[in-house]
Design a protein around this ligand. Structure first.
Ligand SMILES: *Cc1c(COP(=O)(O)O)cnc(C)c1O
Length: 387
């Protein structure tokens, strides 16, 4: 009799299990499923990055354990990219740590800062890792609702005084998954003021800063005065360079926070395969290669899909960034019912908004990571369904 820990026994039930099962059944019956559920780029990693990996993989020097904190050359490439892209200066030795994908760093962060009973402020709806990792560390997630009337930014004034005092950490994420909302430096300044007043460490998840449209250039949290005193920022090569399978990302910012996260990691993992770090250096050094084209592809898909939603009469938040569209389910339906109906009647898979937290109820998220032809087919199917 194997007994699971409370920690995992108490995890919320897997919300997508039912949908996954239904999807598998339909697939087995030969249904032509269009999966808009998973946020995983369909476009391959640029060839120059793959070539850099191949070269580095041939070198036996890269076959041994890498350094825990990441090769200095990779961290230097990160610092240099931050200077160019955001005008932010970073010390590659003390203010950058390499991660096995940003999810890894995010998941380990509460272990470095949160003691049992501490409050962690998390966006709701939000990337589920923030609250699960908090719970794993014995902390208590406190939802900051992201509401339409606030453009899906948390209302910091609405956080009660006792919660502010007990809070250790705050996760924010802009451009945002799942809502696609964006933040400007004015919002980041508010966050810096709040967190310096209450001694809350800010963890900004910046996975989508490079996927933006209509000329919008998402800022870094660290562009704001005082941000480095109170926060860190997580970045990933996954979405920027279509490298989700490679597992490489990084955290930058406050040196003491970076050191604490690094200390957790030295006790858990042994760093990122050096050949992948070399490929990461290649990616960051030639960051703009193909970038506009990648943005153009998503922008065209966004236009196509949102036009379809307009025609069907479903309300959505117009995305200025990310590869998600966050739209409202028809009046009187739940996210789950709508998702099930869509799957049953059109063989389209979407993610129910409540899978990202209770304030996601009433919405669904689609990921436009499929080609134009399939996306157009999805729109045609949507038009035929009666709500
Ligand atoms: C995709 C994603 C990540 C994780 O990316 P990695 O592949 O682990 O680097 C982190 N945060 C958000 C919000 C994401 O959508």
């Amino acid at each position: 009799m194997i007994r699971w820990s409370q920690r995992i026994e108490s995890l919320p039930p897997y919300l997508f299990a039912e949908i996954d099962q239904k999807k598998q059944e339909m697939k087995a019956r030969g249904a032509d499923i269009i999966d808009l559920g998973v946020g995983d780029p369909d476009i391959p990693t640029p060839a120059h990055i793959v070539e850099a990996l191949k070269r580095a993989a041939e070198d036996p020097q890269n076959h041994r354990y890498p350094s825990y904190e990441g090769m200095l050359a990779f961290r230097e490439a990160v610092a240099s990219w931050y200077r160019q892209r955001f005008g932010v200066t970073l010390d590659p030795q003390r203010e950058v740590v390499t991660l096995i994908g940003s999810k890894e760093g995010i998941a380990h962060t509460p272990l470095a800062f949160v003691d049992p009973g501490d409050i962690v402020l998390v966006p709701d709806p939000g990337y589920p890792v923030y609250s699960v990792a908090t719970t794993f560390a014995g902390g208590i997630p406190y939802s900051m609702p992201l509401l339409k009337q606030n453009d899906f930014l948390p209302d910091l004034d609405a956080i009660p005084e006792d919660i502010r005092r007990k809070a250790k950490l705050m996760f924010i994420n802009y451009p945002n998954n799942p809502t696609s909302a964006v933040a400007d430096k004015g919002f980041f300044k508010e966050v810096v003021d709040f967190s310096s007043r209450y001694g809350v460490l800010v963890c900004h998840d910046a996975a989508y800063t490079e996927i933006a449209f209509d000329g919008f250039i998402p800022p870094s949290f660290l562009e704001v005065d005082g941000a480095k005193e109170v926060g860190m920022e997580f970045h990933s090569l996954s979405k920027t360079f279509n490298m989700t399978g490679w597992r490489i990302g990084f955290a930058v910012g406050n040196a003491s926070a970076i050191a604490a996260l690094g200390k957790v990691k030295t006790n858990i993992d042994s760093g990122v395969f050096q050949a992948i770090q070399f490929a990461g250096i290649e990616a960051l050094r030639n960051y703009s290669l193909g970038l506009l084209e990648r943005r153009r592809i998503y922008e065209a898909r966004r236009n196509l899909f949102c036009k379809g939603l307009d025609e069907v009469g479903l309300r959505y938040y117009p995305p200025k960034a990310t590869f998600y569209v966050w739209f409202e389910v028809p009046e009187g339906m739940s996210s789950k019912d709508f998702t099930a109906k869509l799957l049953a009647e059109t063989a389209i898979v979407v993610t129910p908004g409540n899978g990202f937290g209770r304030y996601g109820e009433g919405y669904v998220r689609v990921s436009i990571t499929i080609d134009d032809e399939r996306l157009a087919e999805a729109v045609e199917r949507l038009k035929k369904i009666k709500f």
